[in-house]
Design a protein around this ligand. Structure first.
Ligand SMILES: Cc1ncc(COP(=O)(O)O)c(C=O)c1O
Length: 409
């Protein structure tokens, strides 16, 4: 017995990369620029907190977080997005997650009905996309719809252009801002239009904001602050400003704590109540020491500013080394380069990734592994490689110099 839906899952990017590269010797000592795992080192207060109260592991932790965790998260959301005092009530608007990924996945079970408008529901997502979105859609019995997010669309998906039939059948729409892999940030106007569509067509807008704290000059706008602006102008939403909207946040990127597995979802109180009920059955609460460390991390900005400065220095390096080659641009957010290699001797991202490994020992991810073929048969990631700037400055510089030489030769 095997659930046949498993057979519909797209091939996962990293095993696919291993199949491409393993068995081929690296041209030089390997530099891994594939995975979005920050290697800056975690804030120094975290380890002390984690070991300070080992007896806490003897208790079942609450699914809704501890009072100090709730206060830290609602305080951070309020400060970061300029929300009105008291607008975030953690008991109604926030739930802890074991990292955003599990929440982005399991939210489909509370938002995707068996049918919408008499048909199998749709889950919309950008293309390229974070892999868990498509697996979540398929697991919930929905049809995923991949909406191109290319240079031509400003690297944001044009959901509004999809037409009434598609939007009406949609139950959940994923947006990633800042986007992985392109680093594009949704503008306030874009978010405003999408929130209006969600309410008009009664779908849930799930905004993956896990890169919200890694940015160049301007802090990316968040969906909740746009909800607040709409509610201040439109009396229909004064009582329920976050209707149809959920945002997902994480300490993995912000605080270089991918191993802590700590994040949260915030927004529409009805959805949060449903999700809380659902999570009570599953029991994915974080251990009490994790809540304590997470609370301290959300309360501290010093380490986040240092983190951002380091990413900025790496983008400075990339700008110096790559210049205007390989379609280099400085993304508004996130820590990836999304390089167009179609004009090089390699022709596409997969061939370039192979050459970078074989000739230079640099491991990057072919863009096609993060995307699906569109309705036109074209994979929007085909021409690209994704390069994660997650290592220290020196390693990043070595990796980029080798990459530029290999791609440019
Ligand atoms: C777009 C995006 N969303 C979500 C996640 C999940 O992060 P975490 O579960 O560590 O919060 C990642 C991690 O790489 C990501 O790139």
């Amino acid at each position: 017995m095997r659930n046949p839906r498993l057979g519909h899952l797209p091939e996962y990017a990293f095993p696919r990369l291993r199949a491409l590269l393993d068995g081929i010797a690296a041209g030089q000592d390997p530099i891994d620029m594939t995975i979005g795992e920050p290697r800056h080192g975690m804030p120094d207060f975290v380890a002390d907190i984690l070991v300070s109260d080992p007896k806490a592991y003897g208790k079942y932790p609450p699914i809704g977080g501890t009072p100090e965790w709730c206060a830290a998260v609602s305080g951070w959301l309020t400060r970061r997005y300029g929300l009105g005092t008291g607008m975030i009530d953690p008991a109604r608007h926030v739930l802890p997650l074991n990292g955003t990924r599990e929440g982005l996945f399991s939210i489909t079970f509370v938002t995707v009905p068996p049918e919408k408008q008499g048909q199998r529901p749709l889950v919309l997502m950008p293309n390229p996309f974070y892999q868990c979105y498509t697996a979540a859609a398929l697991a919930a019995g929905a049809d995923p719809v991949y909406v191109a997010a290319t240079r031509e669309t400003g690297f944001m998906p044009d959901f509004a252009g999809l037409g009434e039939a598609t939007l009406g059948r949609s139950s959940l729409v994923y947006l990633c801002s800042p986007a992985n892999p392109q680093g594009a940030v949704a503008s306030p106007g874009y978010l405003r239009e999408l929130i209006a569509l969600a309410r008009q067509h009664d779908f849930v807008l799930a905004v993956d904001e896990c890169y919200a704290e890694i940015y160049g000059d301007v802090p990316p706008t968040g969906a909740l602050e746009v909800c607040q602006a709409i509610a201040s102008e439109d009396p229909r939403y004064a009582e329920d400003p976050f209707a149809n909207v959920l945002v997902f946040h994480s300490l993995s990127k912000r605080s270089s704590l991918p191993g802590l597995r700590s994040g949260f979802v915030a927004g529409d109180p009805q959805l949060i109540a449903d999700f809380r009920l659902f999570r009570n059955y599953i029991g994915p609460a974080s251990p009490l020491p994790t809540y304590a460390a997470a609370a301290a991390a959300w309360n501290d900005e010093t380490h986040v500013e240092a983190n951002r400065d380091l990413y900025r220095a790496k983008f400075d390096l990339a700008a110096r080394i790559l210049g205007n080659r390989f379609g280099f641009y400085r993304p508004a957010g996130g820590f990836f380069l999304w390089l167009d290699v179609s004009a090089t001797r390699h022709g596409d991202g997969e061939t370039a990734a192979l050459a970078l490994w074989r000739e230079a020992g640099v491991r990057v991810l072919p863009g096609a592994y993060l995307s699906q073929d569109g309705a036109d048969g074209v994979n929007p990631g085909r021409d690209y490689v994704r390069v994660a700037l997650v290592d220290d400055l020196q390693t990043t510089e070595r990796g980029l110099l080798r990459l530029a030489e290999t791609l440019g030769s």
